[in-house]
Design a protein around this ligand. Sequence first.
Ligand SMILES: Cc1cc2nc3c(=O)[nH]c(=O)nc-3n(C[C@H](O)[C@H](O)[C@H](O)COP(=O)(O)O)c2cc1C
Ligand SMILES: CCCCCCC(=O)C(=O)O
Length: 359
Amino acid sequence: MKALSLRELEAAARALLEPGIHDLFAGGSEDEVSLRANEDAFARVGLVPRVLRGRGAPRLDTELLGCRASLPIVLAPTAFHRLAHPEGERATARAAAAAGAIFTVSMASTTAIEDIAQAGGPLWFQLYLQPDRGFTEALVRRVEAAGCKALVVTVDSPVFGRRERDLRNGFMDLPPGLCCENMRPLGPDGERGPARSIAFSPTLSWADVDWLRELTSLPIALKGVLHPEDAKRSLDSGVDALFVSNHGGRQLDTVPAPLELLAPIADAVGDRLPLVLDGGVRRGTDALKAFALGARAVAIGRPVLWGLAVGGEAGVAHVLSLLRSELERALALCGCGSADDASPELLHFSRWEPRWRTS
Ligand SMILES: Cc1cc2nc3c(=O)[nH]c(=O)nc-3n(C[C@H](O)[C@H](O)[C@H](O)COP(=O)(O)O)c2cc1C
Ligand SMILES: CCCCCCC(=O)C(=O)O
């Protein structure tokens, strides 16, 4: 039976995945306060529809960082797709390409970027800047050659978050036969060497972003910017977009939900930088709320892994199709012709408290 919603798909994936892999995907850091906050934030904002606006059937197509996409929902970078399904990132890429959706490939993908690019859809590549600049430069050249259209630099990970589910389950590394394929340097004839590990470095600074800006002409998005002052600072480094993200609640715990932090960031950067929000997006209405608060697009992480686990390429296609139809319906019900029509006037922030008559 096909899942009617991402919630149903999540339950189906949970039943199929080996428990340690399920926890690896589902978990957050420490007490998982941010993880829970991400979905809760959407539930706490109401939508107040406008009526009789005659906007016609909503259009979802958009352009982001020079890429045309058929919907403003991006696949966020997530590691290790081959733990969810043997076809891994290849299956994800085929589903995204068929849907006209942008797929952000994780630096920690279990399939090499060249093989993922065979699917032919629009790809961005997520990068953890490595202290070894020579390695980073070689990887950037490789990603450019593979045809990726943008770099998404994750800046919320100077150290790795403490994920206690993984510690409890003893998940230390990928099983034999799998590795982070992009971490295998290419030899002169394109042969892939042994994988090196990904370094998380607390010495990274804006100087490294400036260095990357000089290195490549690809558009650069910074992922994990949550403070308005950092958003403003990013303008000086010539970046092209920001992902307003708390890494799905997997890095610093107790960071508020990105939805709650979006408006001040949108205020800080104005029209100068497009914003992509991720964290807890599970419904078309969630996406609409993010657009109303200033996001140009949203990104989804775990739902893609649930789709993969349940049905490989068809499962990811189903995730995108559910969200597409939900978003079309939500826009139409709110009197919007596109995501650009969404504005804060549609949102209701409840301060209502019941007062019961006692006499
Ligand atoms: C299993 C898993 C792996 C992830 N891997 C990466 C990664 O390699 N790089 C990265 O920048 N973010 C990574 N993320 C974070 C996502 O890009 C994204 O910010 C987050 O999943 C969005 O929240 P959601 O899962 O609630 O949609 C990962 C998240 C999960 C759940
Ligand atoms: C040593 C590989 C680490 C992969 C990191 C993936 C990630 O960002 C996550 O949240 O998990």
